[in-house]
Design a binder for this molecule. Structure first.
Ligand code: FPP
Length: 246
C-alpha cells in the first residue's frame, strides 16, 4: 500500500491544550450524503477516531475525551444501536493491542451496567490492560450523560457521609467519572451543531468551545491542528479581567 505523505504541521510555537474533548457528531449525515446506511457513517467515524488518536499523540495532547454513546442514544432505532455496539466491540477486538503498544491508557466515563455482558467484559479487559500507560489518556464517554454523572456523584457522596461543610468544588470533581483529571481546555463539536448535549456539563464550565462544520468522519489531523491554532487565539479569562487572568 502506498504511504500517503503526511503534511508537516508545526505546533512548536503553540500552546497545546492538555485536555481535548470531542462531540463526534455528523456520522449519519456523512453516510446520507453518500447514499449509505447510518451505520456506515459510524464505521467511518470509528476509523476517523483512530486518526485523531494518532494526531493527539503526535501533537502532544495528554488527554482526549470522546462522546461515544450518550444515555439519550438508547432512543435510536434498535438496528442502529446494535450496529454501534458491534462497532465498539470490533474496535476493542482489533485496536486494543495497537493502542496499548502506543501507550494509550483507556478510561471509561459512564455506566457500564445496561450494556451487553460480553461488551462490558471487553471494556474491563481494555481498562485493566492499559491502566499504566502514560502517552495519552483516552476517556471514552459511553452510556454517559452529564446529569446522570452528577446524580451518581451526589449519591456516592451521600453514601460516603460527606458533610455539607466539607463539600468543595475540588471534592465534588473527585466524585465525577473524570476524578482527578484536569478539566477539558477545549470542547470540539463537529457537524456545525451549537449544543453541549449533556456532555461534561460540570467539567466544561470554562472550556473553550470550538464548533466546526466538518462532519466527524471528515474531521482529520489538519482540522485538529486548526482547532489548536484557534484555541491559541482565544483569551481564557476564567471570569477575570484580562490582567488578572495572566
Ligand atoms: C453522532 O453522529 C455519533 C454517535 C452517536 C456515535 C459516535 C460513534 C462513533 C464515532 C463510532 C466510534 C466510537 C468508538 C468509541 C469506537 P450522528 O449519528 O448523530 O450523526 P447525525 O447527527 O449526522 O445523524
Amino acid at each position: 500500500m502506498a504511504l500517503r505523505q503526511q503534511k508537516s504541521l508545526d505546533l512548536s510555537t503553540y500552546t497545546i491544550p492538555r485536555h481535548v474533548a470531542i462531540i463526534m457528531d455528523g456520522n449519519g449525515r456523512w453516510a446520507r450524503k453518500r447514499g449509505l446506511p447510518r451505520v456506515a457513517g459510524h464505521r467511518a467515524g470509528a476509523e476517523n477516531l483512530r486518526r485523531i488518536i494518532n494526531a493527539c499523540v503526535e501533537f502532544g495532547v495528554d488527554i482526549l475525551t470522546i462522546y461515544a454513546f450518550s444515555t439519550e442514544n438508547w432512543g435510536r432505532p434498535e438496528a442502529e444501536i446494535r450496529g454501534l455496539m458491534r462497532i465498539f466491540a470490533r474496535v476493542l477486538d482489533q485496536e486494543l493491542d495497537d493502542l496499548h503498544q502506543q501507550g494509550v491508557c483507556l478510561h471509561h466515563l459512564g455506566d457500564l451496567t445496561g450494556i451487553a455482558p460480553n461488551l462490558q467484559e471487553k471494556v474491563r479487559r481494555a481498562l485493566q490492560l492499559t491502566k499504566d500507560n502514560k502517552k495519552l489518556i483516552l476517556n471514552v464517554a459511553f452510556n454517559y450523560g452529564g446529569r446522570a454523572e452528577i446524580l451518581h456523584a451526589v449519591r456516592q457522596m451521600l453514601a460516603d457521609n460527606i458533610s455539607p461543610d466539607d463539600l468543595t468544588e475540588a471534592l465534588f470533581s473527585y466524585y465525577l467519572f473524570t476524578r482527578d483529571l484536569p478539566d477539558p481546555d477545549i470542547v470540539i463539536r463537529t457537524s456545525g451543531e451549537l449544543r453541549i448535549s449533556n456532555f461534561l456539563i460540570w467539567q466544561a464550565a470554562y472550556s473553550e468551545y470550538y464548533p466546526t462544520p466538518a462532519l466527524w468522519p471528515d474531521f482529520g489531523r489538519e482540522e485538529l491542528f486548526e482547532a489548536i491554532v484557534a484555541f491559541n487565539q482565544r483569551e481564557r479569562r476564567f471570569g477575570l479581567v484580562p490582567e488578572e487572568s495572566q
